[in-house]
Design a protein around this ligand. Structure first.
Ligand code: FAD
Ligand code: SF4
Ligand code: SF4
Length: 461
């Protein structure tokens, strides 16, 4: 068996000086070569590993035969955002994890092939095929334009339902535009895929905050027959330690939003600079921490250090992104947690006091629990701190519409199969229901909710 084909990338010494995409993806020859590694398994476990069940062997076969257009058509049967998912899906824990080849070799690079098809071919979505006469032209509101809202909206629009997406920010896309940096997911790719969805007739109203500009009751009052809530997990978690209000302490959410959505990385072209010092500490170990660390480096920090409370083995970031961070010179200190941020006389971060940990028994997440070692405190100089320890579900709608049942972490409780909430006609999915998860799982829930909404509209004409 031939080795997995490596994609072409910008060299680390070059890419840390710009925000351009790190990976160039496959060219035609490489894609055909990689596609030829697929065994075309009859039972195709990879399909079950994909939350939206793309017919993976079928699209890979078309790439192998040079039919890139056909390959993309097959992907679109199940996934309306292939260029995005091909880039950011945690493939190694989904479709690729269960690839038959993985028993002896590296799995087929399913994500990279999906990205290739989406980048090389064009596809025009159509809503003629699935129109359902009895519910055509009914109005449904979708709150939030992240992957969950977009997936739900486009499935419904394909059936002829009139969809309005209400989005709080000035741009649609959710985390795809305000969170994930340009060097991993170029915004023109996001725009292209969202514009494709708009051809289905979906209307997006930006700068509308449901719960403030309009309430849930008002949406029903102005004729929306059902509502899907996909408002994500936009509430940053904090450490709850002294010094978190010092200058140059950022939540990763704020830091990345300023860079991505407000184009802080294009200062002075955009007048929205982001102040970063020379020695930056990033607290956390997930994708958000890697994105923050790599962005800080590109903004000119001399040294960026990730402080993570467990070890390299437990790090939750995608392996590829962790490796990219290492290649770029990001440093890691494992088994430490901050207990205080210490400021200078002007109120800026000067030091972080940490305590060292050892690992105990596994906790409810299945990972070994970090236990602080008494007397192991250490003070390390840093002038910037970025807190990337997770996000909680966006609280506004549950707060302003308390009839909705929520869980102890503030998530909206839904039936996992139908995405129904406890209120008739209201559905929810994505990070607002699950807590911070992945793009494709949010899309999977958006699609499930769309199915339920169609049934609901049929039963309640
Ligand atoms: P979101 O994408 O959060 O979208 C919710 C939208 O709702 C937002 O646009 C928000 O402005 C809007 N909204 C909120 N409240 C209201 C309101 N009251 N009224 C109107 N609109 C509202 N996942 C991966 O699979 N791979 C990755 O590599 C990856 N990297 C990530 C990196 C970062 C920095 C972050 C933050 C997340 C990352 N994720 C990644 C997670 C992934 O992006 C999310 O799981 C996914 O975007 C969730 O989709 P969603 O539609 O539920 O919510
Ligand atoms: Fe794999 Fe994600 Fe593509 Fe599904 S959408 S095939 S999980 S990369
Ligand atoms: Fe191809 Fe792997 Fe899927 Fe088998 S499991 S069909 S080898 S991608």
């Amino acid at each position: 068996m031939k080795e997995r084909v490596k994609d072409r990338k910008q060299q680390p010494s070059e890419r840390i000086k710009n925000f351009n995409e790190v990976s160039f993806g496959y060219d035609e020859k490489q894609a055909i070569e990689e596609a030829s590694r697929c065994l075309q398994c009859k039972k195709a476990p990879c399909v079950k590993g994909c939350p939206v069940e793309i017919d993976i062997p079928r699209f890979i076969k078309e790439i192998k035969n040079g039919n890139f257009q056909k390959a993309l058509e097959i992907i679109y049967e199940k996934n309306l955002l292939p260029a995005i998912c091909g880039r950011v899906c945690p493939q190694e824990t989904q479709c690729e994890q269960v690839c038959t080849l993985r028993k002896k070799f590296e799995p087929v690079a399913i994500g990279k092939l999906e990205r290739f098809a989406a980048d090389y071919a064009n596809f025009k979505l159509s809503c003629d095929i699935n129109q359902i006469p009895e519910i055509k032209n009914k109005k449904v509101a979708v709150v939030g334009s992240g992957p969950a809202g977009l997936a739900c909206a486009s499935e419904l629009a394909r059936c002829g339902i009139k969809i309005t997406i209400f989005e709080a920010l000035h741009k649609p896309g959710g985390v795809l535009v305000y969170g994930i940096p340009e060097f991993r997911l170029p915004k023109k790719i996001v725009e292209k895929e969202i514009n494709q969805l708009l051809t289905l007739g979906v209307e997006i109203k930006t700068n509308v905050i449901i719960g403030k500009t309009l309430t849930i009751e008002e949406l029903f009052g102005i004729g929306y027959k059902a509502i899907f809530i996909g408002t994500g997990a936009g509430l940053p978690n904090f450490l709850g330690i002294p010094g978190e209000n010092l200058l140059r302490v950022y939540s990763a959410n704020e830091f990345l939003t300023r860079i991505n959505l407000m184009k802080g990385y294009l200062f002075p072209e955009y007048d929205t600079p982001v102040s970063v010092g020379e020695r930056v500490a990033v607290i956390g170990g997930g994708n958000v921490a890697m994105d923050s660390a790599r962005s800080a480096l590109r903004l000119g920090a001399k040294e960026v250090v990730v402080l993570y409370r467990r070890t390299e083995n437990e790090i939750p970031a995608r392996k590829e992104e962790y490796e990219n961070a290492l290649e770029e010179g990001i440093k890691f200190i494992f088994l430490v947690q901050p207990i205080e941020i210490i400021g200078d006389e002007n109120g800026y971060v000067k030091f972080i006091k940490v305590i060292h940990n050892k690992l105990g028994e596994p906790d409810e997440s299945g990972r070994r629990k970090p236990i602080p070692i008494e007397g192991s405190e250490e003070i390390i100089p840093f002038d910037t701190t970025i807190v990337a320890i997770g996000q909680s579900p966006s609280p506004l709608i549950p707060q302003t519409y308390p009839e909705l049942k929520t869980g102890k972490h503030g998530n909206i409780i839904v039936d996992p199969e139908t995405c129904k909430t406890n209120i008739k006609g209201i559905y929810a999915g994505g990070d607002i229901a699950t807590g911070a998860a992945t793009v494709i799982s949010a899309m999977g829930m958006g699609k499930k909710a769309a199915k339920s909404i169609i049934e609901y509209l049929k039963q309640n004409p």
